[in-house]
Design a protein around this ligand. Structure first.
Ligand code: FMN
Length: 199
């Protein structure tokens, strides 16, 4: 989907229809019982009409980025990720925080998506980062770092979409306000009209 507009104005409504908009989700947690995985499931249920979420599976199986591996034939798992993101309209990182930054699997995915330099699959892609952790800041540093890294990798980052939910209080997904914030982030990402060439 190519979108160009003279205006930065966006219409943000969950009722808007976005035909055939593919959002690739980069999930920063590998564990089955992940809260962030549950967030993705809720977003999938409540995505705006016409929007499909596709979770990039197997991020944990992609070798660590190594320029020696990055030639004509790259590891199949890395190629699959590049192909998935290249075909997407939007990219959403849904991630916890590990030691004050994004988990290594997410960082590694962004590294693979950042190359070839200037032509990586993230180039020009509208990108946002959300998530939750059971600490007071909700993984804010992870989301900040994911946005910065994706921006340096060439993505069209939505800097104002900041949803870092603290799960200290219990089951945050039972709270309609939390769900509304998360769905709002997805809706804003989908409605974003990119000024970048390759969106
Ligand atoms: C190695 C490690 C480091 C962590 N560091 C942080 C941290 O810096 N900030 C934070 O908010 N939570 C931190 N946590 C807690 C995670 O956010 C928590 O385990 C979270 O539930 C993981 O997300 P998930 O439920 O989607 O797997 C850390 C957890 C692990 C295992």
């Amino acid at each position: 989907m190519t979108e160009t507009t003279d205006s930065e104005e966006t219409i943000v409504s969950p009722d808007s229809h976005h035909p055939n908009t593919r959002v690739v989700v980069l999930l920063g947690s590998l564990r089955a019982a992940s809260l962030n995985r549950r967030i993705v499931a809720v977003l999938d249920e409540r995505a705006p009409a016409g929007v499909t979420l596709e979770v990039a599976s197997g991020l944990g199986d992609i070798p660590f980025y190594n320029e020696e591996l990055d030639g004509d034939a790259i590891p199949a798992e890395a190629q699959a990720l590049r192909d998935l993101v290249a075909g997407a309209d939007r990219v959403l990182a849904v991630t916890p925080e590990y030691n004050g930054t994004m988990p290594a699997v997410l960082n590694n995915a962004i590294d693979w998506l950042s190359r070839p330099y200037g032509q990586g699959a993230l180039t020009g892609k509208p990108f946002a980062a959300v998530g939750a952790t059971p600490t007071p800041y909700g993984g804010k540093w992870s989301h900040d770092d994911a946005r910065r890294s994706a921006r340096i990798a060439g993505a069209d980052v939505l800097e104002d979409v900041v949803v870092s939910e603290s799960a200290l209080a219990g089951d945050i997904l039972a709270d309609p306000e939390v769900v509304s914030r998360l769905v709002g982030a997805l809706t804003t990402l989908v409605a974003h009209r990119s000024t970048a060439a390759a969106a």
